[in-house]
Design a protein around this ligand. Sequence first.
Ligand code: HAS
Ligand code: HEM
Length: 574
Amino acid sequence: NNKTFKYTILVGLFVPMALFILGAYNGVMQTLYRAGVLHEDSFAGINYYQGLTMHGVINAIILTTFFAVIFGHVTMGHYLKKQPPKWSYLGSIILMVFGSLLDVVLMVMGRAQALYTFYAPLKNSPFFYLGTSLLIVGSWVAFFGWIVMYREWRRENPDKKMPIAVLGTFVNFTMWFVASLPVAYESLVILLPWSAGWTSDINVPLTRMLFWMFGHPLVYFWLLPAYIAFYTVLPKVAGGKLYSGNAARLAFLLFLILSTPVGVHHQFSEPVLGQDTKLWVTVLTFGVSIPSFMTAFTVGASLEYAGRKNGAKSLLGWMARLPWFLSKNYLFGYFICGLLLFIFGGLSGIVNASYSLNQMVHNTGWVPGHFHMTVAGPVLLVILGMSIYMYSKVAGKPIKMLSVVTIVPYIWMVGVALLSHGLMAGGLMGEPRRTNLGLSYTDPSSEMFNTHWVPTTTVTMVGGILMGVAALLYFIAFFGTALSKQTEPSEIVLPEAEELHEEKRIGILHNMKPWIAVSVLLTLITYVPSLINVFTYSTPVENKFEATSPVNEIKNLPDKDETTIMPLENEKDN
Ligand code: HAS
Ligand code: HEM
């Protein structure tokens, strides 16, 4: 029994990491198209949008969801000293692996190219919506098992505080469960029948609204496992203690109330939503930054404490006393590089959230610049660090090429910094996102060639190649470790940081119910008017779209006067 559980953990780490090879490859290819190294609409049998879809779906949906579940299993196992019921961990992994492989096969066959945001009118094969739904439902099944496990633990330990990592996991999956209801409805009730040809029309803005109702909480679903690691693992590997447990608890609970109602900030340019909702959501989005500012403070203070404990005396000397580049503490590099990137990822998010500034950056390279410093920053680095840690412990196999593993996050960090800098600087000059620039703006033989975007797309490419190199080194170490022989006892264990102060138990920080109630209230205040707007100002359109690649749609456009994809052309005419 114990063996099956451990095997589930290993499968849940191995499968998404193997898929990530394809995800990372397609990221590097994106930078080559952007920089105009490629002037084609496809390379090695994968077209531009097919590659972009694989990149987004594998990296941001499959890898992240698997990690949240597996890290959840290990966290629950470590802190509660129990195992989830077999129906839950086995059911969950089967659904997740099957759903993901279905999606990947469809993407490889070119039957799913509607990008990772998959709302209408771009259309995938109906099976893609099914596959994605199975992946999501699979993650719920794991969560249901943890609830059973926690109840047992609570009966046996009526007086113990709920460990912070357990609270963080429950907050994350409660938010995820609530937020994935709209996307489950969208996928199974609207998109799947539409794409199978069973319905005669579709309300496009409704599908966008339902997607983003899920899409923003989704980014916090990616982030919170990293936060759990920053609060409960990092202080230990840095050589210190967690500065304040209560502050950590409050930060998680604030995410519970503020993550779901902010999705409309992805839709500031959506014509059918009202100005009042957009203003309200700007304010709420500034609100959801507060738990991250608190995290910067608490984690920063924990690091300062660690540096001083390691012997630092001067005001800033603690920074030098942290275990940078120390193989024994290789996890530290993954965490600190993620945190450093996140300072800029967070600040650029606040720019996005400011309604008027959003008009400047929306749909430009600025946006992927922002999110590679979040999801490809702290989130991915924690995924890489903790995946190899958990694999090595649970499989009982010491890490191969430890010095390479130690250096990888630093190469990755420099790569992301360059990639994001290029994308953001270009974005401020109007460089569009999700556009194959190599066919137009960065092709010297095209009349749309724009010299201003050559330096920025080149910096993006250099950053992307560095990220590719870091990923390759990591893969060699990860699979080298995974395929080696077991030499140590296998264990489900995490580094566990102590709290610095013995803090008072504050009741409200231990009870999720009032926070869930406020979350539901804020979500209704945001989404009831949004729904009314969607049904008032939009009409369903006839179901005539083919499940085809956006590349073909662009090819089929009339040659002239298509201002939507040729802004520069248009400017020239003026
Ligand atoms: Fe975002 C778009 C606003 C956070 C991901 N975001 C995106 C998209 C993605 C994404 C994927 O309001 C694009 C979706 C698409 O394809 O269209 N985002 C925000 C705001 C935050 C934010 C306000 N985003 C994230 C996180 C993500 C993520 C986290 C992934 C994990 N985002 C937006 C908006 C848009 C958007 C608009 C729509 C744009 C558009 O027009 O399309 C905040 O949560 C950020 C708060 C963070 C901070 C930083 C705290 C800093 C910390 C580090 C401290 C460092 C230490 C180290 C302690 C305030 C915690 C010190 C050590 C030493 C040695 C010195
Ligand atoms: C999009 C590069 C890793 C998530 C992109 C784009 C580039 C890129 C150039 C396209 C920007 C555009 O034209 O719109 C890379 C490189 C990577 C990498 C070189 C490293 C090998 C990651 C990781 C994640 C991620 C680790 C998440 C875990 C995304 C997402 C998109 C994206 C969600 C948006 C896809 C879309 O617009 O549909 N990436 N990336 N990337 N990337 Fe990455």
